[in-house]
Design a protein around this ligand. Structure first.
Ligand code: TXA
Ligand code: MG
Length: 345
């Protein structure tokens, strides 16, 4: 199959709708990462997502909607009662935007989307291209990140092409993703808002809005209880070369290695060093993380080393992605790095 890449335009959106209505797949930009979309209420179309990605069918998908209105989603059979009150406030405040809500599954949602769960993940993305596509198609789109299963999520159209060339008919090109990491996933066990996947909308922002502490519960948060999100495998978002997270900032560069620094005050850096955030802003680091991992990985180095992430509200999200992508940690000992593989469970 020939994969075409078209910039977002009225014509390419129409083309995308035509392909989607035939039950086929279209990759499209969102503010977080690129999604691999299919008609979310059509089981045979959803099935194709799992095939193209090589993703196990036990991993549930997010339904993307054009409207921020949860009442409308309920009327359309996407979600059902009881809809927690906190979720309504979260939707009102953060949608359209990088937030996914786990709510009771509506009657129209096929099991292929939820992997048999009685809850469904929903989100209203803010990217203009995504908005235009969702408005034009007039139905929810199921969309995981548009990468092969277990690989780095794509943050531009060329990364999608690298991942899925020949496997899908169309990629809508809407430029580089603003946020650069996947949406914050929030569920409501016993009406207690809980973050299953940290993202750019932070626990602090959610807690402040709700006046109620929002816990982070995923494998990479040591204080948390075990994750209840089936897709939250410890090994995820991984480059092909082994990635080691350094326990202290990188100061020397090794031949045959690639190095990802958080920040550097040095005027010049070698070609095999990359800077996550030239302006020392965690949002900028998130924006660049997957892109730089991809660039470093493309050199097929012996290993990739990445700096520690300085504390901030966004640090849990960045640390979560780095932990999942990494093989282990690097400890500076006696003038060199000792690489320590981690037990992955
Ligand atoms: O930013 C994003 O969320 C991107 C863009 C394309 O929207 N999408 C994305 O999808 O990251 P995906 O499939 O790569 O990740 C979906 C996450 C997984 O961690 C999955 O386990 C979780 O959402 N999830 C989906 N349905 C769930 C459910 N019913 N209960 C708990 N977790 C669920
Ligand atoms: Mg993904």
């Amino acid at each position: 199959m020939k994969t075409r890449v078209l910039p977002i335009s009225p014509a390419s959106i129409q083309e995308a709708c035509h392909i989607l209505r035939q039950g086929d797949l279209v990759a499209f930009p969102t503010e977080t990462v690129y999604g691999l979309g299919a008609l979310g209420l059509l089981p045979s179309a959803v099935q194709k997502i799992f095939e193209a990605k090589g993703r196990p069918s036990t991993d549930p998908l997010i339904l993307h909607m054009s409207s921020t209105d949860l009442a409308q989603a309920r009327a359309n059979g996407v979600i059902s009662d009881p809809i927690p009150q906190e979720s309504q406030l979260l939707a009102k405040t953060f949608w359209p935007g990088p937030l996914t809500l786990i709510l009771p599954r509506g009657t129209k949602v096929p099991h292929e989307v939820t992997a048999g769960l009685e809850t469904v993940a929903v989100r209203c993305p803010s990217h203009l291209g995504a908005q235009q596509l969702l408005a034009a198609i007039g139905a929810p789109l199921a969309a995981p990140s548009a990468n092969r299963f277990g690989r780095i999520s794509p943050t531009d159209a060329s990364a999608v092409l690298q991942e899925l060339d020949g496997k899908i008919p169309l990629i809508l090109d809407g430029g580089s993703c603003l946020n650069g990491i996947e949406s914050t996933v929030v569920s409501f066990p016993q009406n207690q808002p809980t973050i299953l996947r940290p993202g750019v909308i932070t626990a602090q922002a959610i807690s402040q809005l709700l006046g109620n502490e929002c816990r982070i519960s995923c494998h990479t948060q040591p204080q948390g209880t075990p994750a209840s999100s089936p897709g939250m495998l410890a090994s995820h978002y991984a480059p092909r070369s082994p990635l080691y997270s350094c326990q202290e900032p990188i100061k020397t560069f090794l031949p045959n290695f690639q190095h990802i620094l958080f920040f550097s005050s040095q005027e010049s850096k070698p070609d095999h060093a990359h800077i996550l955030s030239p302006n020392q802003r965690p949002e900028e680091a998130a924006q660049n993380l997957y892109r730089l991992l991809r660039i470093a990985d493309a050199q097929s180095p012996q290993a990739i080393l990445i700096d520690p992430i300085p504390p901030s509200d966004l640090a849990p999200a960045l640390q979560d992605r780095i932990f999942r992508a990494s093989t282990g940690s690097a400890i500076w000992q006696g003038g060199s790095w000792t690489l320590q593989a981690r037990d992955k469970t």
